[in-house]
Design a protein around this ligand. Structure first.
Ligand SMILES: *[C@@H]1O[C@H](CO)[C@@H](O)[C@H](O)[C@H]1NC(C)=O
Ligand SMILES: *[C@@H]1O[C@H](CO)[C@@H](O)[C@H](O)[C@H]1NC(C)=O
Ligand SMILES: *[C@@H]1O[C@H](CO)[C@@H](O)[C@H](O)[C@H]1NC(C)=O
Length: 356
């Protein structure tokens, strides 16, 4: 059911994205066109969670940004994991529209949830700042001209992250309503992703005054480059916490919250910024739809590296194929008076390695 649900929304979001990414997106016509289409489409999608259906109907403008945020998250995930066995792809085919799907409640699943949530917060906040969304704009608590206790003024448009946090929480967490450990895990990681954006917000300032003397300064809050959030979450992935559900005094055995599995202190809860997981990862060496592993056959590897991108680790000891090719380029270019440039052709034998 949940699977079908995701697929349906995925389909729909891809429709809206394709629909909204053209010239329409720049014109004011978008919101009305999308609103019209949204009502029809929202009603027809079977299996949408009621809360998602409500958001779908009431905020078609936000849905476009949600779709963009998911894409942003996936692109960053693929960048951060480009040299690892798991490269942020999955067996499922609807990744591109709903974040990467996982069969196991692994660390990789945790990272996927967090980066997708972060992407949605980010895209919504960005859309707010440039005035693409009807219900938000710049941060009104940092009003232009208002002095701070540090002696400078707020100026320009301070990014207002509150709306993005709220939309991301409402829309993404709406899929995690079951009272089980997996839902608790997903909600925790979704929140860690939102928090990653919040904690990485920056302040940018501009100096005014005689020859840039900075006697006067105006500042505004802004989103960091999304890469910074990707790096932040990769650190959290590397120190992700294995957790287990904590069940007590409930006849239905519903977990109340998650606790760290191997901890000296009993019943220790993970921090809000931690990524958490319930199951160990597969090795990701071989193709296995059961665990959601694509395997590393055909992946490029580095023969001299001893890291994750090295052929030893990447190919899991199966060995690698060597491909030779010739690279040619123009070199030793000389300028002749007057007026032409003469170059030599240089070439080089190159080798590339892919896992067997
Ligand atoms: C990730 O690895 C799989 C399996 O080897 C490959 O098919 C896919 O193209 C890779 N994806 C990216 C984004 O590199
Ligand atoms: C392969 O790894 C080595 C050692 O880590 C590094 O110096 C080199 O640039 C890498 N080559 C490629 C093609 O990435
Ligand atoms: C370099 O290669 C180009 C096309 O491959 C050829 O037209 C040109 O004559 C070559 N130049 C020299 C100096 O060999």
């Amino acid at each position: 059911m949940l699977c079908f649900n995701r697929l349906a929304i995925g389909f729909w979001i891809s429709l809206i994205i394709n629909f909204g990414s053209g010239r329409l997106a720049e014109s004011g016509a978008l919101s009305s066109v999308v609103a019209l289409g949204a009502n029809i489409i929202c009603n027809k999608i079977p299996g949408l969670a009621p809360r998602q259906r409500a958001i779908c109907r009431s905020r078609p403008d936000a849905i476009v940004a949600i779709g963009e945020g998911v894409k942003l998250g996936i692109a960053e995930c693929q960048y951060q994991f480009r040299n690892m066995r798991w490269n942020c792809s999955s067996v499922s085919e609807d990744d591109s529209v709903f974040g990467v799907q996982h069969k196991r409640a692994s660390k990789e699943s945790a990272f996927s949830s967090a980066i997708t949530s972060a992407g949605v917060v980010y895209a919504i906040t960005q859309a707010c700042s440039v005035g693409h969304l009807s219900k938000c704009g710049c941060d009104t608590s940092k009003m232009e001209g208002k002095y701070t206790s540090k002696g400078w003024k707020w100026g320009g448009c301070s990014a207002d992250i509150k709306h993005g946090l709220k939309i991301a929480r409402k829309f993404i967490d709406a899929r995690e309503i079951e009272e089980n450990a997996k839902s608790l895990m997903n909600r925790h990681n979704n929140r860690a992703g939102r928090k990653a954006v919040k904690d990485n917000m920056g302040t940018e300032c501009k100096c005014h005054g005689v020859s840039g003397s900075c006697t006067m300064k105006t500042c505004w809050t802004r989103l960091p480059p999304f890469r910074k959030i990707g790096e932040h979450l990769l650190n959290k992935y590397n120190s992700a916490k294995l957790v287990k559900p904590w069940i007590s005094g409930d006849r239905l055995q519903r977990p109340k919250y998650l606790i760290i599995k191997k901890s000296k202190r009993p019943n220790r809860k993970p921090r809000r910024s931690d990524l958490v997981y319930l199951e160990r990862s597969p090795l990701y060496c071989d193709y296995d739809p059961e665990t959601g592993s694509l395997g590393t056959v055909g992946r490029k590897c580095n023969r001299t590296s001893t890291g994750n991108d090295g052929c030893d680790l990447m190919c899991c000891g199966r060995g690698y194929n060597t491909h030779q090719y010739t690279r040619t380029w123009q070199c030793n270019c000389r300028f002749h008076w007057c007026c032409y440039v003469n170059c030599n052709n240089c070439s080089e034998r190159r080798e590339e390695y892919t896992c067997k």
